[in-house]
Design a protein around this ligand. Structure first.
Ligand code: MLT
Length: 410
């Protein structure tokens, strides 16, 4: 009899976004006349078409695949040099990162989950609450936790509460952690960390021989010039941090799939015998064993994000989504709700009206306004009492959602 990985049995209900989709489906089945009215501001999925610079580059690459002389089979597992170099030139040029420290993949969700393959058992894992659920669930699957309590908190994880009191930026813990997940701009709260706050994290990581897993998937949405885009802007971070980035939210690649992970060559972890082992080498071994590279047309499209035309088009996309976030912020503020985020991130984090829980608010918005949001408690118990609105939508839909919110709550 084949046995299973029983860690999976510790997982709570379904993954958050499929669970939301299930509830929306159940509602539309019970009220089919309302189905066409539904506007989805739940999952952070882009809505605007791929930039033409990206599409043009992908068309050319597809045609190359149709000619014997330009056809390409398996590419380099780590990604084509042209894309890795474009990433470094455009995003890390003064930060001491080289193209061979960039690993191209098909998504940051996969990368942040898969990275656990190369870390051992018994690490203390520090995770913010609320948090992008992938970090928690993949640690559960990997056997790095005990069971969940009735609030959904897993034994063995070091939770770092992010609340209005700390502006949704976790303080460095008093206990020792080995792996620390940080996400800035933050999903779900939209909070950003200042240079001073990130400096404190790098100092903590170095003092504790810890590694920071820094998810910067939303860096392109930062508007404040003082806010760092990369952890490597902080001195010493190359000795203690891995950074995850993605083309999903800036280039509109959620359906196309392309992301990258930066692993500095000097970063090390400890083997059981106490010797220092290169994290870059381990990840390279893992990547080349379990992954055959993102597709050539996709990598060509991703590189076009850095062309002159591509940069202009991406910046228009970002302005569009940030304009949406501003409208959501203003609508919620005008209703007297507590509002966070949405200024350097495509997510607006809103306090529920007094006495209404996150899931109650989700149901109210769905059933009475036909608007899908994400309940804050789905991101962890500290998210209770909040809901998240995603600014990824058309302007028309966003204006309509603002009107419906006002009619619902005013
Ligand atoms: C979200 O809604 O939080 C995002 O879609 C998460 C993701 O990018 O996987």
């Amino acid at each position: 009899m084949a046995t299973i990985n029983s860690n999976f049995l510790k997982l709570k209900a379904g993954y958050l976004f499929p669970e939301i989709a299930r509830r929306v489906k159940a509602y539309t089945e019970s009220a089919p006349d309302k189905a066409a009215r539904i506007i989805r501001c739940g999952i952070g999925d882009v809505t605007e078409p791929l930039p033409s610079a990206v599409r043009d580059a992908m068309h050319v690459a597809v045609d190359e695949q149709g000619e014997r002389s330009t056809f390409k089979g398996y590419g380099p597992e780590q990604g084509y040099e042209f894309l890795r170099q474009a990433i470094v030139d455009n995003q890390f040029s003064n930060l001491g990162i080289s193209a061979d420290e960039v690993f191209i993949s098909d998504g940051s969700k996969c990368d942040t989950g898969n990275i656990l393959d190369i870390f051992g058992k018994g690490n203390t894992i520090a995770i913010t609450d609320p948090v992008y659920p992938v970090y928690v669930d993949t640690n559960v699957m990997a056997g790095n936790t005990g069971d969940a309590d009735d609030k959904g908190a897993y034994a063995g994880l070091l939770y770092m509460p992010c609340t209005a009191e700390n502006n949704f930026v976790a303080d460095v813990p008093t206990q020792k952690a080995d792996l620390i997940y940080l996400c800035f701009p933050n999903n779900p709260t939209g909070a950003v960390a200042t240079r001073e706050q990130l400096t404190a994290w790098v100092k903590y990581a170095k003092e504790n021989n810890a590694i920071i897993l820094f998810d910067a998937a939303y860096e392109a949405f930062i508007q404040d010039p003082e806010i760092p885009h990369s952890i490597y802007e902080i001195e010493g971070a190359k000795d203690c941090a891995i950074e995850f980035r993605s083309f999903s939210k800036n280039g509109g690649f959620t359906g196309v799939r392309c992301a990258y992970t930066i692993i500095p060559k000097g970063l090390t972890g400890k083997a059981e015998d106490g010797s220092d082992i290169s994290i870059h080498q381990l990840w390279s071994r893992r990547h080349s064993t379990k992954f055959n590279g993102a597709s050539y047309p996709v990598q060509k499209g991703a590189a076009a994000v850095f062309s002159e035309e591509g940069k202009k088009q991406v910046s228009e996309l970002i302005s569009h989504y940030m304009g949406n976030a501003k409208l959501f912020r203003e609508a919620c503020l005008s209703l007297g709700l507590e509002v966070y985020g949405g200024e350097n991130a495509p997510y607006v984090w809103v306090g529920c009206p007094a006495g209404v829980s996150s899931w109650e608010m989700f149901d109210k918005m769905l059933h009475e306004a036909q608007v899908v949001v994400t309940p804050g408690s789905g991101f962890g118990s500290a998210g209770e009492g909040y809901f998240r609105i995603s600014a990824f939508n058309s302007r028309e839909n966003v204006e309509e959602v603002c009107n419906r919110l006002k009619a619902l709550i005013a």
